[in-house]
Design a protein around this ligand. Structure first.
Ligand SMILES: O=C(O)C1=C[C@@H](OP(=O)(O)O)[C@@H](O)[C@H](O)C1
Ligand SMILES: C=C(OP(=O)(O)O)C(=O)O
Length: 450
């Protein structure tokens, strides 16, 4: 069922400093959206720099199953001949979204206002994640969903025959829920409105505008109100996918905690809805600079330079920053363990419903590595041991979660004893070149047979 391979134990240990330039792959969030909107446009969309990680490849397959003509032209170069808004055809088989919450939730939204049925599944991680957060608003459009108890995959969505536009307030800070509503609204007549209390990543809104849809974002007393005018003809685009700031976080944080390191990570998007980690690291006293700051495709971009930072201090991370760094808490926790004092991370309950319960996964793993942590349902606290202070010496369960696997490998690069993860294979979902890229910088990661 899972698209990634059999379990692969990996161990990281301290070696020399990390030095050099790390070219991380394309942004995962933007790659999913480029394929989905390309499939809903009329004509050929060309994509450059697409992330060829398993999550995104599963979305490419799903778009083909729904009738789009999707082809790889070269490394990172893709062509999508779209079928137009409302033009999806019924897939002949189950759509397997592998490990990807973004993939399954956005695709459910995109097909929910077309009169077809589709059945979705995924790997054991994705089958444990809640889908009600998406199927609740999709029901307001007239779509029906039948899944396992608790709104879990496998699940069949019966698309609405006569979709109605929707006015929806998202109950949790989630770009996936917001995006599912907007994508469903594309094939509903009139205006679909989605309001979110806190701003989440806005790639769907930006890209919809690029494809010619009318999308207006207003800041109101209730938060951000996004209004989409339904049934546009989406015009095919040439899309260059920026490099992934969430992947950049790993070599950046590794450089901060490994003695003597100096690493450049070029061309990273600093969209404010994504860049919360970098603000947090600078508040901790990290030696992290933004070089060559510029604008590309309407997005702020910079080259990140990270150097070993032996005097970082623990901080209070503002709860309202959580949506702008939600995927970065695991690696921040590793940095916090290598800082002096306490780092308190409130407002992070959404971490409990990611690829794994990330609060529990980090708590169990860090404790096994000799770090004191506290958790509540909604918060995580790390008692830092200072630079080089983490004992390590544990094997940590990655729980089918790429970010947990990468975080503990980086933990091992700075710890007194090596750290292993029982299964590094999920890393390929978002960062397929993580191992060679880190090795090129000087890190030592070895594979073994468990
Ligand atoms: O919309 C997206 O591309 C994503 C949204 C976030 O999830 P939520 O919407 O569940 O917060 C994030 O964790 C995920 O990695 C990617
Ligand atoms: C939460 C993540 O992804 P998704 O929800 O798409 O599985 C992630 O990449 O950290």
């Amino acid at each position: 069922m899972s698209s990634h391979g059999s379990a692969q134990k990996m161990t990281a240990r301290a070696s020399g400093p990390l030095t050099g330039t790390a070219h991380v792959p394309g942004d995962k969030s933007i790659s999913h959206r480029a394929l989905i909107l390309g499939a809903m446009a009329v004509g050929e969309t060309r994509i450059t720099g697409l992330l060829e990680g398993e999550d995104v490849l599963d979305t490419a397959k799903a778009m083909a199953a729904l009738g789009a003509d999707v082809n790889q032209l070269g490394p990172g170069e893709w062509s999508v001949h779209g079928v137009g808004v409302g033009g999806f055809s019924e897939p002949e088989d189950v759509i397997d979204c592998g490990n990807s919450g973004t993939g399954v939730r956005l695709i459910m939204g995109a097909m929910a206002t077309t009169p077809i049925s589709a059945t979705f599944t995924g790997d054991a991680s994705l089958r444990s994640r809640p889908m009600g957060r998406v199927t609740d608003p999709l029901a307001l459009f007239g779509a029906q969903a039948v899944g396992r108890a608790g709104g879990k995959l496998p699940m069949t969505i019966v698309g609405a025959t006569d979709p109605l536009p929707v006015d929806y307030v998202t109950p949790m800070a989630s770009a996936q829920v917001k995006s599912a509503v907007l994508l469903a609204g594309l094939n509903a007549p009139g205006q679909t409105v989605v309001t979110e209390r806190a701003a989440t990543r806005d790639h769907t809104e930006r890209m919809l505008r690029g494809f010619g849809a009318e999308v207006v974002t207003e800041q109101t007393e209730d938060g951000y109100r996004i209004t989409l005018t339904g049934q546009p003809e989406l015009k095919p685009q040439e899309i260059t996918v920026p490099r992934d700031s969430s992947s950049a976080a790993f070599p950046v944080c590794a450089a901060l905690v490994v003695p003597g390191s100096d690493v450049l990570v070029p061309n990273i998007g600093l969209n404010p809805t994504r860049a919360g980690l970098f603000t947090t690291l600078r508040e901790m006293g990290a030696n992290l600079t933004f070089e060559n700051e510029r604008e590309e495709g309407g997005e702020p971009v910079a080259d990140l330079r990270a150097r070993f930072s032996p005097t970082m201090k623990g901080i209070e991370v503002p709860a309202e920053r959580a949506p702008a760094m939600i995927d970065e808490y695991p690696i921040l926790s590793v940095v916090a363990a290598n800082a002096e004092g306490i780092t308190h991370m409130p407002g992070v309950h959404e971490l409990r419903v990611k690829e794994s319960d990330r609060i529990d996964a980090m708590a169990v793993g860090l404790r096994a590595c000799g770090v004191t942590v506290d958790e509540t349902e909604d918060s995580f606290t790390v008692h830092g041991l200072g630079a080089g202070g983490v004992p390590g010496g544990a094997t940590v369960a990655a729980r089918l979660d790429h970010r947990i696997a990468m975080s503990f490998l980086i933990c091992g690069m700075a710890a007194q004893e090596p750290v292993s993860v029982d299964d590094g294979s999920p890393i390929a979902t978002s960062f397929p070149i993580f191992e060679p890229l880190m090795a090129e910088l000087g890190a030592q990661i070895v594979r073994s047979n468990g």
